[in-house]
Ligand binder design. Structure first.
Ligand SMILES: Nc1ncnc2c1ncn2[C@@H]1O[C@H](COP(=O)(O)OP(=O)(O)O)[C@@H](O)[C@H]1O
Ligand SMILES: [Mg+2]
Length: 199
């Protein structure tokens, strides 16, 4: 599979078919036993773990189904973390992305004080704060009710369109998949491009 810059791509398939595994491989979190992956012009198998981590920090954002916020940090501290780890603190950028996800008023709240939808919006702000070229999202609406999931996916597509960030998402939701420019299905170990997707 090949994903062009700025594209939105959905990966669908049955539970256990390997969607999360594929996303982890594409993001350089894991290495394949066979085959090769080129991420932002770099062949991942040519890089050691440290160089892959640096590439991820520079180019990749990741959003998980279960948010994965640090419970002991406030919303704004969670969002600031990728910049701090990269040694480029930028409070103005943190405020800007919190505003972009509509959570300026919640900046000092801890994850347990936020709803699921708000937590996922914090996670999206965190994924976007360092201006990644590619955002990977693993069932980003899978833990949310329909209306909240719609808000979160609207936000992902707005950020995809507004910042030119490539979006690769895994979902069970065919309505969400249909909103992507391209849809791939994993079935019995094979990845197939879907030309026409029925909801
Ligand atoms: N760390 C692991 N070690 C071994 N098998 C795994 C591991 N993670 C997932 N699997 C297996 O790999 C297959 C694909 O899993 P996964 O990528 O999580 O699927 P999906 O996200 O489509 O539900 C499943 O059979 C799963 O049990
Ligand atoms: Mg999965």
């Amino acid at each position: 599979m090949s994903v062009a810059a700025g594209d939105s791509v959905a990966i669908v398939g049955a539970s256990g078919s390997g969607k999360t595994t594929l996303l982890g491989l594409l993001a350089g979190l894991d290495l394949p036993s066979r085959g090769s992956i080129v991420l932002a012009g770099q062949a991942l198998d040519a890089l050691d773990e440290e160089a892959r981590a640096a590439l991820r920090a520079r180019e990749v954002g990741f959003v998980f189904q279960s948010f994965h916020l640090l419970p002991s940090l406030t919303a704004e501290e969670n969002v600031a973390l990728p910049l701090e780890l990269a040694g480029r603190e930028d409070p103005a950028r943190v405020r800007e992305v919190l505003q972009a996800v509509g959570l300026s008023a919640r900046a000092r709240h801890y994850p347990r004080q936020l709803s699921g939808g708000e937590q996922q919006r914090v996670a999206i702000a965190r994924a976007f704060v360092a201006r990644p070229r590619i955002l990977f999202a693993d069932e980003p609406t899978g833990s949310l009710d329909h209306a909240t999931g719609k808000q979160v996916s609207d936000l992902l597509f707005a950020l995809n369109a507004g910042s030119g960030t490539t979006l690769v998402l895994v979902t069970h939701d065919m309505h969400l998949a249909q909103r992507c420019q391209h849809v791939y299905r994993i079935d019995e170990g094979r990845l197939q491009r879907q030309e026409h997707v029925a909801a």
